[in-house]
Design a protein. Structure first.
Length: 157
């Protein structure tokens, strides 16, 4: 016959076995388990996850080709003249054709690239104006959005 001994009975019989600074081996109450589950669920639900930065454009093919052919974005899926989902340096980027008279989006895109010479050469070959200011080499996509290229991630202080 096997006798089962609880942690509490061992602790009562041999109080010196368990230092008070040690982890308590009792099971959590059912209520505290639900509190933990609720907390973890709320953390997952409220932690943001960016699944796409979308650029709406009136020049879909030009903008798509610019990001893919010159800047090296990896196409994940596309429907010609409608949308192109891509991975651009770990950023989920989507190029979408304007359908309802949307205004062109405005942003500055900051990109770091160790070997920039190939990209800068291709930009200049295509007649795209390239300027430098501080750590950035600046140029614009086909609809005029600014792209700032630096050798490494740069934080303005």
């Amino acid at each position: 016959m096997i006798n089962l001994i609880s942690i509490d009975s061992i602790n009562s019989a041999c109080p010196m076995l368990y230092d008070s600074s040690m982890i308590n081996l009792t099971s959590p109450s059912p209520a505290s388990e639900h509190e933990t589950d609720d907390y973890l669920t709320s953390m997952v639900e409220t932690h943001p996850s960016c699944y796409s930065v979308t650029i709406f454009t009136q020049r879909w093919k030009d903008v798509r080709d610019f990001y893919v052919d010159i800047l090296g974005a990896h196409v994940l899926s596309e429907r010609a003249d409608r949308y192109c989902e891509m991975d651009f340096g770990g950023i989920p980027l989507t190029i979408r054709q304007c359908e309802h008279g949307e205004m062109v989006s405005y942003f500055h895109l900051y990109v770091s690239m160790k070997n920039r010479d190939v990209v800068l050469g291709e930009l200049r070959r295509r007649g795209i104006i390239v300027t430098s200011m501080g750590p950035y080499t600046n140029f614009r996509d086909p609809e005029g959005r600014v792209i700032k290229l630096s050798q490494e991630k740069t934080i303005v202080t």
